[in-house]
Design a protein around this ligand. Structure first.
Ligand code: NDP
Ligand code: OXD
Length: 309
Protein backbone atom coordinates (compact mmCIF):
# COMPACT_ATOMS: atom_id res chain seq x y z
CA UNK A 1 0.00 0.00 0.00
CA UNK A 2 1.66 3.24 -1.12
CA UNK A 3 0.87 6.83 -0.28
CA UNK A 4 2.25 9.67 -2.32
CA UNK A 5 3.11 12.86 -0.43
CA UNK A 6 3.46 16.09 -2.34
CA UNK A 7 3.42 19.58 -0.87
CA UNK A 8 4.74 23.04 -1.57
CA UNK A 9 5.62 23.23 2.14
CA UNK A 10 8.91 21.63 3.22
CA UNK A 11 7.50 19.14 5.74
CA UNK A 12 7.91 15.72 4.07
CA UNK A 13 10.30 14.25 6.67
CA UNK A 14 7.93 15.07 9.54
CA UNK A 15 4.95 13.65 7.66
CA UNK A 16 6.75 10.44 6.74
CA UNK A 17 7.83 9.93 10.35
CA UNK A 18 4.32 10.51 11.74
CA UNK A 19 2.50 8.41 9.14
CA UNK A 20 4.82 5.40 9.33
CA UNK A 21 4.92 5.54 13.13
CA UNK A 22 1.15 5.07 13.16
CA UNK A 23 0.81 2.71 10.19
CA UNK A 24 3.98 0.69 9.61
CA UNK A 25 2.72 -1.10 6.50
CA UNK A 26 2.14 2.20 4.69
CA UNK A 27 4.86 2.98 2.19
CA UNK A 28 5.25 6.76 1.99
CA UNK A 29 6.75 8.05 -1.23
CA UNK A 30 7.70 11.68 -1.36
CA UNK A 31 7.44 13.55 -4.63
CA UNK A 32 9.49 13.66 -6.89
CA UNK A 33 10.82 10.18 -5.89
CA UNK A 34 7.54 8.45 -6.49
CA UNK A 35 8.89 5.28 -8.12
CA UNK A 36 6.43 3.54 -10.43
CA UNK A 37 3.21 5.65 -10.54
CA UNK A 38 1.08 2.49 -10.84
CA UNK A 39 1.91 1.63 -7.20
CA UNK A 40 0.29 4.73 -5.73
CA UNK A 41 -3.03 4.14 -3.93
CA UNK A 42 -3.41 7.37 -1.97
CA UNK A 43 -2.31 10.94 -2.60
CA UNK A 44 -1.79 13.32 0.33
CA UNK A 45 -1.24 16.66 -1.34
CA UNK A 46 -1.09 20.43 -1.10
CA UNK A 47 -1.21 22.36 -4.35
CA UNK A 48 -0.06 19.58 -6.67
CA UNK A 49 0.84 20.65 -10.19
CA UNK A 50 -2.24 20.62 -12.48
CA UNK A 51 -2.51 17.25 -14.23
CA UNK A 52 -0.29 15.47 -11.69
CA UNK A 53 -3.04 13.46 -9.99
CA UNK A 54 -4.32 12.29 -13.39
CA UNK A 55 -0.89 10.74 -14.00
CA UNK A 56 -1.39 8.20 -11.15
CA UNK A 57 -3.40 5.39 -12.86
CA UNK A 58 -4.36 3.39 -9.75
CA UNK A 59 -5.08 6.26 -7.40
CA UNK A 60 -8.04 5.49 -5.13
CA UNK A 61 -8.37 8.43 -2.75
CA UNK A 62 -7.19 12.05 -2.68
CA UNK A 63 -6.49 13.60 0.72
CA UNK A 64 -5.99 17.36 1.05
CA UNK A 65 -3.23 18.50 3.37
CA UNK A 66 -5.36 21.53 4.13
CA UNK A 67 -8.93 22.43 5.00
CA UNK A 68 -9.41 24.12 1.64
CA UNK A 69 -9.68 22.10 -1.56
CA UNK A 70 -9.64 24.85 -4.17
CA UNK A 71 -6.08 23.70 -4.96
CA UNK A 72 -7.57 20.35 -6.07
CA UNK A 73 -10.91 21.30 -7.60
CA UNK A 74 -9.27 24.03 -9.65
CA UNK A 75 -7.35 21.41 -11.67
CA UNK A 76 -9.49 20.61 -14.74
CA UNK A 77 -7.55 17.36 -15.28
CA UNK A 78 -8.03 16.12 -11.71
CA UNK A 79 -9.75 12.68 -11.76
CA UNK A 80 -13.38 13.57 -11.03
CA UNK A 81 -14.49 10.01 -10.16
CA UNK A 82 -12.20 9.75 -7.11
CA UNK A 83 -13.28 10.71 -3.59
CA UNK A 84 -11.58 13.77 -2.10
CA UNK A 85 -11.37 14.38 1.62
CA UNK A 86 -10.25 17.58 3.28
CA UNK A 87 -8.53 18.06 6.59
CA UNK A 88 -10.56 18.96 9.65
CA UNK A 89 -8.25 18.98 12.66
CA UNK A 90 -9.50 20.44 15.95
CA UNK A 91 -6.02 21.83 16.62
CA UNK A 92 -6.13 23.69 13.33
CA UNK A 93 -9.57 25.00 14.22
CA UNK A 94 -8.19 26.27 17.54
CA UNK A 95 -5.32 27.93 15.69
CA UNK A 96 -7.66 29.71 13.30
CA UNK A 97 -9.80 30.92 16.18
CA UNK A 98 -6.68 32.24 17.93
CA UNK A 99 -5.87 34.18 14.77
CA UNK A 100 -9.39 35.56 14.36
CA UNK A 101 -9.73 36.52 18.02
CA UNK A 102 -6.29 38.15 18.00
CA UNK A 103 -7.07 40.23 14.91
CA UNK A 104 -10.59 41.16 15.95
CA UNK A 105 -9.24 42.32 19.31
CA UNK A 106 -6.51 44.32 17.59
CA UNK A 107 -9.06 46.07 15.42
CA UNK A 108 -11.57 46.49 18.24
CA UNK A 109 -8.94 47.94 20.62
CA UNK A 110 -7.55 50.26 17.91
CA UNK A 111 -4.09 48.74 17.92
CA UNK A 112 -3.16 50.33 14.57
CA UNK A 113 -4.15 53.78 15.83
CA UNK A 114 -2.12 53.40 19.02
CA UNK A 115 0.89 52.11 17.08
CA UNK A 116 0.71 55.16 14.81
CA UNK A 117 0.43 57.40 17.86
CA UNK A 118 3.42 55.70 19.47
CA UNK A 119 5.50 56.24 16.33
CA UNK A 120 4.59 59.93 16.48
CA UNK A 121 5.19 60.11 20.26
CA UNK A 122 1.56 61.00 20.92
CA UNK A 123 -0.10 60.19 24.27
CA UNK A 124 -3.85 60.35 23.59
CA UNK A 125 -6.83 58.30 24.72
CA UNK A 126 -9.11 57.27 21.87
CA UNK A 127 -12.81 56.44 22.11
CA UNK A 128 -13.43 52.79 22.86
CA UNK A 129 -16.59 50.71 22.46
CA UNK A 130 -17.29 47.71 24.66
CA UNK A 131 -17.16 44.28 23.00
CA UNK A 132 -20.93 43.96 23.38
CA UNK A 133 -21.38 47.08 21.24
CA UNK A 134 -19.04 45.77 18.51
CA UNK A 135 -20.72 43.94 15.67
CA UNK A 136 -18.61 41.25 14.07
CA UNK A 137 -19.75 39.43 10.92
CA UNK A 138 -18.30 36.11 9.82
CA UNK A 139 -18.61 34.94 6.23
CA UNK A 140 -18.80 31.15 6.55
CA UNK A 141 -19.97 29.34 9.67
CA UNK A 142 -18.36 25.98 8.92
CA UNK A 143 -15.78 24.16 11.04
CA UNK A 144 -13.66 27.29 11.40
CA UNK A 145 -16.27 30.04 11.35
CA UNK A 146 -18.46 28.43 14.02
CA UNK A 147 -15.56 27.96 16.43
CA UNK A 148 -14.35 31.52 15.92
CA UNK A 149 -17.91 32.80 16.39
CA UNK A 150 -18.28 30.93 19.70
CA UNK A 151 -14.97 32.23 21.02
CA UNK A 152 -15.80 35.81 20.03
CA UNK A 153 -19.15 35.40 21.79
CA UNK A 154 -17.36 34.32 24.96
CA UNK A 155 -15.49 37.64 24.81
CA UNK A 156 -18.84 39.39 24.54
CA UNK A 157 -18.84 40.46 20.88
CA UNK A 158 -22.12 40.79 19.01
CA UNK A 159 -21.55 38.12 16.35
CA UNK A 160 -23.44 37.26 13.17
CA UNK A 161 -22.61 34.81 10.42
CA UNK A 162 -23.42 34.06 6.81
CA UNK A 163 -23.82 30.63 5.27
CA UNK A 164 -25.03 29.00 2.09
CA UNK A 165 -27.79 26.98 3.75
CA UNK A 166 -30.02 28.08 6.62
CA UNK A 167 -28.08 27.40 9.82
CA UNK A 168 -28.57 27.98 13.52
CA UNK A 169 -25.61 28.60 15.81
CA UNK A 170 -26.45 29.40 19.42
CA UNK A 171 -25.91 33.05 20.25
CA UNK A 172 -25.01 33.98 16.68
CA UNK A 173 -27.38 35.89 14.41
CA UNK A 174 -27.55 33.95 11.16
CA UNK A 175 -28.03 35.05 7.56
CA UNK A 176 -27.86 32.85 4.52
CA UNK A 177 -27.83 32.84 0.75
CA UNK A 178 -27.35 35.77 -1.60
CA UNK A 179 -30.44 37.48 -0.13
CA UNK A 180 -28.94 37.41 3.37
CA UNK A 181 -25.58 38.89 2.47
CA UNK A 182 -26.52 42.62 2.35
CA UNK A 183 -28.06 42.42 5.85
CA UNK A 184 -24.99 40.67 7.27
CA UNK A 185 -22.71 43.24 5.68
CA UNK A 186 -24.80 46.21 6.83
CA UNK A 187 -24.28 45.26 10.49
CA UNK A 188 -20.61 44.19 10.37
CA UNK A 189 -18.14 46.70 11.81
CA UNK A 190 -15.51 43.97 11.62
CA UNK A 191 -15.97 41.49 8.79
CA UNK A 192 -14.11 38.15 8.91
CA UNK A 193 -13.90 35.96 5.81
CA UNK A 194 -13.73 32.20 6.47
CA UNK A 195 -15.36 30.97 3.27
CA UNK A 196 -14.10 28.25 0.96
CA UNK A 197 -13.02 29.50 -2.45
CA UNK A 198 -15.64 28.44 -4.97
CA UNK A 199 -17.09 29.86 -8.18
CA UNK A 200 -19.76 31.51 -5.98
CA UNK A 201 -17.36 33.09 -3.48
CA UNK A 202 -14.48 34.18 -5.70
CA UNK A 203 -14.18 37.98 -5.62
CA UNK A 204 -16.92 38.29 -3.00
CA UNK A 205 -15.00 41.06 -1.22
CA UNK A 206 -15.25 43.82 -3.80
CA UNK A 207 -16.24 47.48 -4.19
CA UNK A 208 -19.95 46.64 -4.13
CA UNK A 209 -19.87 44.45 -1.01
CA UNK A 210 -17.33 46.59 0.86
CA UNK A 211 -19.62 49.59 0.26
CA UNK A 212 -22.43 47.77 2.09
CA UNK A 213 -20.39 47.66 5.32
CA UNK A 214 -20.78 50.51 7.81
CA UNK A 215 -18.42 53.40 6.98
CA UNK A 216 -15.00 52.77 8.57
CA UNK A 217 -15.49 49.01 8.98
CA UNK A 218 -12.48 46.69 9.14
CA UNK A 219 -11.78 43.46 7.29
CA UNK A 220 -10.02 40.22 8.24
CA UNK A 221 -9.41 37.79 5.37
CA UNK A 222 -8.03 34.45 6.54
CA UNK A 223 -9.65 32.34 3.82
CA UNK A 224 -8.25 32.72 0.30
CA UNK A 225 -6.65 35.63 -1.52
CA UNK A 226 -9.03 35.31 -4.46
CA UNK A 227 -12.00 36.14 -2.24
CA UNK A 228 -10.76 39.71 -2.27
CA UNK A 229 -10.43 42.07 -5.22
CA UNK A 230 -7.23 43.64 -3.92
CA UNK A 231 -7.50 46.89 -5.92
CA UNK A 232 -11.05 47.40 -4.62
CA UNK A 233 -9.79 47.13 -1.03
CA UNK A 234 -7.05 49.69 -1.71
CA UNK A 235 -9.69 52.08 -3.10
CA UNK A 236 -11.97 51.47 -0.10
CA UNK A 237 -9.05 52.16 2.28
CA UNK A 238 -8.23 55.37 0.40
CA UNK A 239 -11.82 56.61 0.66
CA UNK A 240 -12.11 55.69 4.36
CA UNK A 241 -14.96 53.26 3.65
CA UNK A 242 -12.64 50.62 5.13
CA UNK A 243 -10.49 51.73 8.05
CA UNK A 244 -8.14 48.74 8.29
CA UNK A 245 -7.55 45.26 6.92
CA UNK A 246 -5.78 42.18 8.23
CA UNK A 247 -4.80 39.86 5.40
CA UNK A 248 -3.35 36.36 5.75
CA UNK A 249 -3.96 35.27 2.16
CA UNK A 250 -3.28 36.91 -1.18
CA UNK A 251 -3.96 36.54 -4.89
CA UNK A 252 -0.26 35.84 -5.33
CA UNK A 253 1.68 34.08 -2.55
CA UNK A 254 4.27 34.93 -1.41
CA UNK A 255 3.00 38.50 -1.60
CA UNK A 256 5.25 40.08 -4.27
CA UNK A 257 7.90 42.56 -3.17
CA UNK A 258 6.66 46.04 -3.90
CA UNK A 259 2.97 45.15 -3.43
CA UNK A 260 1.16 48.12 -1.89
CA UNK A 261 -0.11 46.00 1.02
CA UNK A 262 3.43 45.56 2.39
CA UNK A 263 3.81 49.16 3.53
CA UNK A 264 0.21 50.31 3.77
CA UNK A 265 -0.28 51.91 7.21
CA UNK A 266 -3.78 50.45 7.55
CA UNK A 267 -2.99 46.90 6.41
CA UNK A 268 -1.57 44.07 8.50
CA UNK A 269 0.04 41.30 6.45
CA UNK A 270 0.68 37.78 7.70
CA UNK A 271 2.16 35.09 5.40
CA UNK A 272 -0.69 32.51 5.20
CA UNK A 273 -0.13 31.29 8.73
CA UNK A 274 -3.55 31.66 10.34
CA UNK A 275 -3.83 27.89 10.85
CA UNK A 276 -0.97 25.56 10.09
CA UNK A 277 -1.37 21.88 9.28
CA UNK A 278 0.53 20.05 12.02
CA UNK A 279 1.67 16.48 11.14
CA UNK A 280 1.51 15.34 14.78
CA UNK A 281 -2.20 16.08 15.12
CA UNK A 282 -3.26 15.68 11.48
CA UNK A 283 -1.61 12.33 10.68
CA UNK A 284 -3.99 10.25 12.87
CA UNK A 285 -6.97 12.01 11.27
CA UNK A 286 -5.66 11.29 7.78
CA UNK A 287 -4.92 7.66 8.59
CA UNK A 288 -8.38 7.24 10.08
CA UNK A 289 -9.85 8.19 6.70
CA UNK A 290 -7.53 5.78 4.87
CA UNK A 291 -8.61 3.00 7.25
CA UNK A 292 -12.25 3.88 6.66
CA UNK A 293 -11.66 3.72 2.92
CA UNK A 294 -9.99 0.31 3.18
CA UNK A 295 -12.83 -1.05 5.29
CA UNK A 296 -15.49 0.36 2.96
CA UNK A 297 -16.84 2.69 5.65
CA UNK A 298 -18.02 6.24 5.00
CA UNK A 299 -15.29 8.87 4.76
CA UNK A 300 -15.09 11.86 7.06
CA UNK A 301 -15.07 15.38 5.60
CA UNK A 302 -15.68 14.24 2.08
CA UNK A 303 -15.75 17.07 -0.43
CA UNK A 304 -18.72 17.64 -2.69
CA UNK A 305 -17.10 18.68 -5.98
CA UNK A 306 -20.38 20.05 -7.32
CA UNK A 307 -20.70 22.38 -4.32
CA UNK A 308 -16.99 23.21 -4.45
CA UNK A 309 -16.19 22.56 -0.78
P1 NDP B 1 -16.31 24.47 5.88
O1 NDP B 1 -16.57 23.76 4.61
O2 NDP B 1 -16.46 23.71 7.15
O3 NDP B 1 -17.28 25.75 5.99
C1 NDP B 1 -17.54 26.57 4.91
C2 NDP B 1 -18.61 27.58 5.30
O4 NDP B 1 -18.75 28.51 4.22
C3 NDP B 1 -19.98 26.94 5.52
O5 NDP B 1 -20.66 27.57 6.58
C4 NDP B 1 -20.69 27.20 4.20
O6 NDP B 1 -22.10 27.28 4.29
C5 NDP B 1 -20.13 28.56 3.84
N1 NDP B 1 -20.28 28.81 2.41
C6 NDP B 1 -19.73 28.13 1.37
N2 NDP B 1 -20.12 28.65 0.19
C7 NDP B 1 -20.96 29.66 0.49
C8 NDP B 1 -21.73 30.57 -0.27
N3 NDP B 1 -21.72 30.53 -1.62
N4 NDP B 1 -22.49 31.48 0.36
C9 NDP B 1 -22.53 31.53 1.72
N5 NDP B 1 -21.82 30.68 2.53
C10 NDP B 1 -21.04 29.76 1.91
O7 NDP B 1 -14.86 25.11 5.75
P2 NDP B 1 -13.82 25.46 6.92
O8 NDP B 1 -14.51 26.30 7.91
O9 NDP B 1 -13.16 24.22 7.39
O10 NDP B 1 -12.72 26.29 6.11
C11 NDP B 1 -13.03 27.48 5.43
C12 NDP B 1 -11.87 27.95 4.57
O11 NDP B 1 -10.83 28.50 5.37
C13 NDP B 1 -11.14 26.86 3.78
O12 NDP B 1 -11.84 26.50 2.62
C14 NDP B 1 -9.81 27.54 3.47
O13 NDP B 1 -9.89 28.21 2.23
C15 NDP B 1 -9.64 28.53 4.60
N6 NDP B 1 -8.50 28.19 5.47
C16 NDP B 1 -7.46 29.08 5.59
C17 NDP B 1 -6.39 28.81 6.41
C18 NDP B 1 -5.28 29.76 6.61
O14 NDP B 1 -4.26 29.41 7.22
N7 NDP B 1 -5.40 30.99 6.15
C19 NDP B 1 -6.32 27.53 7.15
C20 NDP B 1 -7.46 26.68 6.98
C21 NDP B 1 -8.50 27.01 6.15
P3 NDP B 1 -22.99 26.01 4.75
O15 NDP B 1 -22.77 25.92 6.25
O16 NDP B 1 -24.37 26.39 4.39
O17 NDP B 1 -22.44 24.82 4.01
C1 OXD C 1 -5.81 25.32 4.48
C2 OXD C 1 -4.82 26.38 4.53
O1 OXD C 1 -6.70 25.33 3.61
O2 OXD C 1 -3.85 26.25 5.32
O3 OXD C 1 -5.74 24.42 5.33
O4 OXD C 1 -4.94 27.39 3.82
Amino acid sequence: MALLFRSTVDSAARWRAQLTLLKRELEVRVWPDIGNPVDIDYALVWRPEPGFLASLPNLKLILSLGAGVDHLLGDPRSPRHLPIVRLVDPHMTDAMSEYVVLQVLRLHRRDLDYRAQQEAGIWRELDQQNAGERRVGILGLGELGQDAARKLRVLGFDVAGWTRSDKTVAGVRSYHGPAGLPSLLARSEILVCLLPLTTETEGILNTRTLALLPKGAALVNAARGAHLVEGDLLDALASGQISAAVLDVFCEEPLPAGHRFWHHPRVIVTPHVAAFTNPATAAPIILDNIRRFEEGRSLLNRVDPARGY
